[in-house]
Design a protein around this ligand. Structure first.
Ligand code: AMP
Length: 823
C-alpha cells in the first residue's frame, strides 16, 4: 500500500461560505464507489461480451452467484474482453477489488490476473501501469475471496475497464469494486516540459514525470504524492533519486520560466492553485520566484494574467505547498509560467481549488451517494454543518417550547381569570354596590368618558394586551348626573363605544359560534346580482342627514327610483315626486380597507329584506365616490328620536311597539343565523308612524372580516351593550344579540335619558362583566326603568342577561312576549 510522506498536516481554515478545497489525500480517499453498495447503477456497468449478467458483477451478495463472465469462447483474445464501469464523473481511484464466482460450490471461476484501462472522456483510453511500468495486476486465487489491490499510482478517471488476462482454456468470472473519491480538481490533463536530469555528486537524479499517462495527460503532479524535503530520497521504496519530483534546469529555459498548461473538465471559477515545491536551496533548488497564470474559457487566452510572487524562503529547506491565489477567475484552461528563482525548480504536486457553483454545472452530474470528498477537510466541513444543524435544531426546539409555554400560559391565565377577577372585583364591587344604591336613584349621566367612537379597522384597533390592563381602584364619584328636565330631556352625549383593553377575546370552544360564522360566510359571499347601479345624475342632494364612519349620509331625491326598482315600495306613492332616499357616501380619502368594508356592508345589506330592516335600494359603485342608497327614515335614529321629543309623546304601548319591531327585525336576522353585534337604539332608524328598522351593519361587517372573533388587544367595542361572554371570551352569537336587545329595551323604556350603566366607567363595566362571569350574585344589572312593569323587567329584560347564553330567550320568544305585553 502506498505510503504518503508525513508532511506536517496543514491546519485548514474552512470557511463555510467558501468552496475552497484542499488537494486529494490518497490515504483518506478510499471509499467504495458503489458496485457493492448499488450506487453505481446497472446501466453504468457494461461489458464487451458476457454469458452471465454483467450487472451482477458486484461483490458477494451471499450466494456467490452472479458475476460478469466474458464470452471468451466466442471471442478469442482475452484482452479484448472487458467489464466497464462508468462513474459518471472524474474520480481519484486508489484501490480496486476483485472476486470470483463460486455459486455456493457450483462454480469456480475467477480472474487470476487482469489489467486495467481507464479513460476520462470515454474515448481516449490508457492502460494503467505501476511505477515500474508493470500492467498486470495479480487477481484472485480462488472463487471466494475478495482481493484488494492498491493502484500505485492511483488513477484519475471516469471510466474504468477490468480486463481479465486469461488463456483460452479457462473460464473467467469477475465481480469488482472500485475505491476512491471524487476528483474535485476537475483537472483533465496537463502539459509540461519534460523533466530534466540532475547529476548530483556523481549520482543521476531523474526528474521526469514517470507516471504521466501520456495521451490523456496526468501523472506525478496529480498522483497525490508529495515529495520529501530531500529530493534524492523518495518515500516509495527502491525508486530512483528524484522520483517524487518533476524538475527543470534554469539553463534550458532562456525566458527564465517553465510554462505549464492545465486543461479542466469544464469552465470553473478558480480560487487558488497549490504547488508543492522543493526548496533545497543548498543544492540549487528553490521554489518559484513568480507565477503568472493566464486563463482561457473559449479558444483564446485572456490577456491579463494573475501574477503572484511568493516570499522567498532562504531559511527553511522544507518542501512546501505554495498557494497561488487565482482571483476567482473563470476558465476551462490555465497556463502558468513559473519563474526560476534558482538553478532548479522541482514540483511534486499541483492541485486546484475552484468554486462549487461552477463545479455543480458539471457535464455529468449525478445524484451520487459516492460523491465523497476526500480528506480531513471534508470531515471538518461535515462537523461544521452538523454543528450548525444542531444549533438550528436547538433554536427551533426553543421556539416551539416557548410557543407551547405561551399556550399553556394563555390557558392558565384564563383559569386564573376567575381568581383574579374574584380577588380584584370583590373589594371593588362592595364599594360599587354601596355607591350604586345612591347613584341609581339619580338620573342623567356624568360619564366624562373621553372615549370616542373609533372606526374599528384603524391601526390602533389591535394592540398587545394582557388581562384587563387597568382594573383601577374604584374612583371617587365626586360629581355626577345631569338634570332631567321636567318636560323634555337631553340626550346623553356620551359615546357608546369604549376603547378598552379586553381580556383575551379568544376563539370559542362553542362550535356553534363557528357554524354561525360559516353561515355568515355564505351569506356574505359573492355579489348580489339584484343590487343594481343607479344613475348618479338622477340623485339630487337635499340635505345632510348625519355622518357615520364611512362618510356623510345625505337626503337626496332619486328621480325615477320607483321605476328603477320596478316595484311598489309600500311607500305613499306619488309618481309626480321623486322618491326621497338616504345616500351613504364613502368619503373620498377612504383607504382600501374602508372601501372594501363599505362594499361588504353593501353585500350584507343587499341580502336582507324585512320590514324591520333598513332596505338597500341601489348602489352607485361604478365610479367614485361609492354610494349606497337606502330607504329614507324620516325620523332619524331611535336614540335621537326618543330623547329629543317630549316623553309624554311616548306611551308605554308605543315604546313596547317599537321594541317589538326591533325584536321582529332581529327574529328575521336570527332565522338567517345573522349576528348583528351592535344592536342599540342608535343603530335603529325611525320612519313614519313609529316604524322602526334596524340599520348599521358595520359590526357585522367586521365579523365577516374575522377580526372580531379573535381580538387580542385594545378594541373599540360597545361594551355597555355587550354580553359578558362577548367581552371576556370574544363570543358573538344570537344569544349575545339577545343580551344587547335587553339593553336596547332598557334604553327605549328609559327614553334614552341616560347611557346604560352611566354611573360606571368603562373599566367598571368590564369589572361588572367579570362578576357576571363569576356569577356569585355580585353582578350589577341595569335597574328597572320606571316605565317598565315588574313582569316585563323580570320575565323579559333580566332573562336577556342570563349568564347561561342558552337560557336566554330567542328573538321569536321575545317578539311573542312583547306583542303579548302590548295587548
Ligand atoms: P350611519 O353611517 O349609518 O351611522 O349613519 C349616520 C347617521 O345618518 C345616522 O345616525 C342617522 O342619523 C343618519 N341616517 C343614516 N341612514 C339614514 C336613513 N336611511 N334615513 C335617515 N337618516 C339616516
Amino acid at each position: 500500500v502506498m505510503k504518503v510522506p508525513r508532511t506536517p498536516r496543514h491546519v485548514f481554515l474552512i470557511l463555510l461560505a467558501s468552496s475552497v478545497r484542499a488537494q486529494v489525500n490518497p490515504e483518506m480517499c478510499r471509499y467504495p464507489l458503489g458496485m457493492a453498495g448499488g450506487q453505481i447503477q446497472d446501466e453504468d456497468i457494461s461489458a464487451s461480451s458476457q454469458w452471465s449478467d454483467s450487472t451482477a458483477a458486484r461483490f458477494d451478495n451471499g450466494d456467490g452467484d452472479g458475476a460478469w463472465c466474458p464470452d471468451i469462447m466466442s471471442e478469442p483474445g482475452a484482452l479484448k474482453e472487458y467489464l466497464q464501469v462508468d462513474l459518471r464523473s472524474l474520480h481519484f481511484i486508489t484501490l480496486v477489488g476483485t472476486q470470483g464466482r463460486h455459486a455456493d460450490g457450483m462454480g469456480n471461476e475467477f480472474a487470476q490476473r487482469y489489467r486495467i484501462k481507464y479513460s476520462r472522456d470515454g474515448s481516449n483510453w490508457v492502460g494503467w501501469h505501476d511505477r515500474r511500468g508493470g500492467q498486470v495486476i495479480e487477481g484472485n486465487s480462488n472463487a471466494y475471496d475478495v482481493v484488494l489491490k492498491d493502484l500505485e499510482p492511483p488513477i484519475i478517471a471516469r471510466f474504468v475497464r477490468f480486463m481479465p488476462v486469461t488463456d483460452h482454456s479457462m473460464i473467467v468470472c469477475m465481480r469488482v469494486e472500485l475505491y476512491g473519491c471524487e476528483w474535485l480538481d476537475g483537472l483533465m490533463s496537463y502539459n509540461i516540459p519534460d523533466g530534466h536530469q540532475m547529476i548530483h555528486r556523481g549520482l543521476d537524479v531523474y526528474f521526469n514525470d514517470s507516471v504521466y499517462d501520456g495521451a490523456i495527460g496526468l501523472g506525478q503532479l496529480t498522483d497525490g504524492t508529495w515529495g520529501l524535503d530531500d529530493f534524492l530520497h523518495s518515500h516509495i521504496y527502491s525508486m530512483w533519486p528524484g522520483y517524487d519530483y518533476v524538475g527543470w534546469n534554469n539553463k534550458s529555459f532562456p525566458k527564465g520560466y517553465v510554462e505549464m498548461i492545465f486543461e479542466f473538465d469544464h469552465v470553473r471559477n478558480f480560487t487558488s492553485m497549490k504547488v508543492h515545491c522543493n526548496n533545497m536551496f543548498s543544492r540549487g533548488v528553490s521554489m518559484f520566484r513568480q507565477a503568472s497564470c493566464f486563463f482561457r474559457s473559449g479558444s483564446e487566452w485572456e490577456a491579463d494574467p494573475v501574477t503572484f510572487r511568493p516570499t522567498s524562503d532562504r531559511a527553511s529547506q522544507i518542501a512546501r505547498f505554495v498557494t497561488v491565489p487565482l482571483g476567482d477567475r473563470t476558465a476551462s484552461a490555465i497556463k502558468c509560467r513559473f519563474h526560476f528563482a534558482d538553478l532548479w525548480m522541482l514540483f511534486s504536486e499541483v492541485a486546484f481549488q475552484s468554486g462549487s457553483a461552477v463545479y455543480n454545472t458539471s457535464l455529468t452530474p449525478r445524484d451520487d451517494p459516492t460523491h465523497k470528498v476526500d480528506d480531513s477537510n471534508t470531515r471538518i466541513l461535515i462537523g461544521c454543518l452538523v454543528a450548525i444543524i444542531a444549533i438550528l435544531m436547538t433554536i427551533i426546539v426553543i421556539i416551539l417550547w416557548r410557543q407551547v409555554w405561551q399556550k399553556m400560559l394563555e390557558k392558565a391565565s384564563r383559569r386564573m381569570l376567575d381568581d383574579e377577577l374574584t380577588a380584584r372585583l370583590a373589594v371593588q364591587t362592595q364599594a360599587f354596590a354601596s355607591h350604586h344604591s345612591s347613584l341609581s336613584s339619580d338620573a342623567g349621566s356624568t360619564s366624562n368618558s373621553t372615549y370616542e367612537r373609533i372606526f374599528p379597522l384603524c391601526a390602533d384597533y389591535q394592540e398587545p394586551s394582557r388581562l384587563i390592563r387597568k382594573l383601577p381602584e374604584f374612583t371617587q364619584f365626586t360629581e355626577h348626573l345631569g338634570r332631567i328636565k321636567a318636560q323634555c330631556h337631553q340626550c346623553y352625549g356620551a359615546p357608546h363605544y369604549a376603547e378598552a383593553d379586553i381580556i383575551s377575546l379568544q376563539e370559542t370552544s362553542d362550535s356553534n359560534t363557528y357554524s354561525i360564522a360559516a353561515v355568515h360566510m355564505n351569506l356574505f359571499a359573492g355579489t348580489d346580482s339584484s343590487m343594481r347601479e343607479f344613475p348618479r345624475d338622477k340623485l339630487t342632494f337635499k340635505e345632510k342627514l348625519g355622518e357615520g364612519q364611512f362618510g356623510e349620509v345625505h337626503l337626496c331625491e332619486a328621480e325615477g327610483m320607483l321605476d328603477f326598482l320596478e316595484e311598489d315600495l309600500s311607500v305613499e306613492r306619488n309618481d309626480e315626486l321623486p322618491l326621497l332616499v338616504a345616500v351613504k357616501t364613502l368619503r373620498e380619502d377612504a383607504n382600501k380597507n374602508a372601501r372594501n368594508d363599505f362594499l361588504k356592508e353593501i353585500r350584507i345589506m343587499s341580502r336582507l329584506r324585512d320590514p324591520n330592516i333598513v332596505r338597500l335600494l341601489a348602489v352607485c359603485v361604478d365610479t367614485d365616490p361609492l354610494c349606497m342608497i337606502t330607504e329614507y327614515m324620516e325620523n332619524g335614529d331611535l336614540n335621537q328620536f326618543l330623547c329629543s321629543f317630549c316623553p309624554l309623546l311616548f306611551s308605554y304601548s308605543k315604546l313596547i311597539g317599537m321594541a317589538a319591531q326591533i325584536a321582529s327585525g332581529m327574529r328575521y336576522l336570527s332565522f338567517l343565523n345573522f349576528v348583528h353585534r351592535d344592536l342599540a337604539t342608535r343603530n335603529c332608524l325611525v320612519g313614519k308612524n313609529y316604524t322602526i328598522k334596524i340599520a348599521d351593519f358595520g359590526m357585522s361587517r367586521n365579523l365577516y372580516r374575522g377580526d372580531y372573533y379573535r381580538i387580542q388587544g385594545r378594541a373599540v367595542l360597545p361594551i355597555r351593550w355587550m354580553s359578558w361572554e362577548s367581552i371576556l371570551l370574544g363570543k358573538f352569537t344570537m344569544a349575545s344579540d339577545v343580551w344587547a336587545f335587553g339593553v336596547t329595551l332598557w334604553e327605549i323604556l328609559t327614553l334614552c335619558e341616560e347611557q346604560p350603566y352611566s354611573q360606571l366607567s368603562d373599566e367598571q363595566v368590564i369589572e361588572n362583566t367579570g362578576e357576571f362571569f363569576r356569577d356569585q350574585g355580585k353582578q350589577v344589572y341595569l335597574p328597572r326603568p320606571h316605565r317598565c312593569p315588574e313582569r316585563v323587567y323580570n320575565d323579559l329584560m333580566l332573562s336577556c342577561w342570563r349568564r347561561n347564553a342558552k337560557q336566554r330567550p330567542s328573538f321569536q320568544e321575545i317578539h311573542a312576549q312583547l306583542v303579548e305585553s302590548m295587548a
